[in-house]
Ligand binder design. Structure first.
Ligand SMILES: [Zn+2]
Length: 383
């Protein structure tokens, strides 16, 4: 099976005995509270989703990632994984200290051995990450909302700190065992934030012609009003897979993380994460993790070429849609007809129809999927 990124699958979860020992000293530590997305990062580090990271990034790793898309040790890494703290907290910690980490309800989740406390240049960071400092870019706003200091160092998670969200919440180690049991040697990963429509089904099935298994992994964790709820995405996929896929060729999982909207860099990041889960290939659609018009159509390809072989193969797909003349889902590469014949799976349009309680046209969304989603209490995250 494919090696994890950096060769070792990281595991920073303590045994329950060791957790009890470390927890005994917890009250003596300065503590940092992790919000929902920081808690996702913490869990991803602990379970090896972000291998080879063993903690939140030190200053040297952070600068190298921003400027050169690699960790200090030379391993390719495109996005920051950082823990921000305010000035008051930053003044209470220094390299060599052990600090405590808590959930927002106050419950201790683990510890971190601090190796650096540092400031960063927000403008330079935005330029490098997003190619812009424009406030309209959600990644720029995300960074602007962060506290002025970052604290880095390896973490350790208490044995009971990482709750599971149902049966689809599997770790890289578990995914690798599962793929082996299924006899899959080549596995293609697919990321989404949407209730499945037929253009995505087309991409997945086109890829499945070439590999043993499909690993569908919605990125779960966005909580902006108007986003699909986790249930809508997961139950939509369960319905689609049951009705229209060779079920022994598919595993449905989830990747709990935030979006950075960093386009090409995020495409490389998303690929590395799937490599850690055991995937050999990863589907990159048009404008992967993009927003607005900040990234060019071929920038992801160019960046993959620039960073060289990262041990997982990106599969690039053209934009797909329903063509009334072709009478099927096709892509802009293979359909010769004018756009007046095309029904596009526009996210805004599909959301609008489901929001009104209507099923989208069967050419764009399987009726069973729409019906299942419309039965749920909430299709979208509310204000
Ligand atoms: Zn056509």
């Amino acid at each position: 099976m494919l090696s994890p990124h950096g060769n070792d699958l990281v595991d920073r979860c303590l045994s329950s005995d060791r957790s009890d020992q470390v927890r005994a000293d917890f009250d003596e530590f300065v503590t940092v509270t992790l919000d929902r997305t920081l808690l996702f990062d913490f869990a991803n580090i602990a379970r090896g989703v972000y291998s080879p990271l063993r903690g939140f990034m030190s200053r040297n790793d952070f600068l190298k990632v921003i400027n050169d898309l690699s960790l200090e040790n030379g391993v390719t890494w495109p996005l920051p994984v950082v823990l921000d703290v305010d000035t008051d907290l930053a003044n209470q910690m220094e390299p060599g200290d052990r600090i405590g980490l808590r959930r927002s309800d106050g419950e201790p989740v683990g510890v971190m051995d601090v190796d650096s406390v540092y400031r960063y240049n927000e403008t330079e960071t935005c330029e490098q990450l997003f190619g812009t400092t424009d406030d309209d870019h959600p990644g720029v706003r995300l960074l602007a909302d962060k506290e002025p200091f970052f604290v880095g160092g390896p973490i350790k998670a208490f044995s009971d700190a990482i709750p599971r969200n149902g049966s689809h919440d599997i770790s890289p180690r578990e995914a690798r065992v599962l793929f082996k049991k299924k006899g899959w040697n080549s596995i293609v990963g697919f990321q989404t934030r949407n209730v499945p429509h037929r253009a995505h089904e087309y991409l997945q099935k086109s890829a499945l012609e070439h590999v043993d298994g499909l690993f569908i992994q919605p990125k779960i964790g966005e909580k902006k009003p108007g986003d699909y709820t986790n249930d809508a995405i997961i139950e939509g996929y369960e319905t689609l897979v049951e009705g229209y896929y060779s079920t022994e060729m598919v595993t449905l999982s989830m990747f709990k993380s935030r979006m950075w909207y960093a386009g090409p860099r995020e495409a490389v990041f998303d690929s590395i994460v799937r490599k850690n889960f055991g995937c050999t290939h990863f589907i990159i659609g048009r404008d992967h993790a993009g927003v607005g018009n900040y990234y060019g159509d071929f920038e992801a390809q160019e960046l993959f070429a620039a960073v060289g072989d990262i041990g997982i193969e990106p599969l690039y797909y053209h934009y797909a849609f329903y063509c009334t003349v072709c009478d099927g889902i096709v892509s802009e590469k293979i359909c010769p007809h004018d756009s007046e014949h095309h029904m596009e799976p526009s996210g805004t349009k599909l959301r609008g129809m489901l929001g009104d309680g209507d099923s989208p046209p069967a050419e764009l969304m399987r009726p069973e999927v729409a019906e299942r989603v419309l039965e749920l209490d909430g299709v979208f995250v509310e204000e």
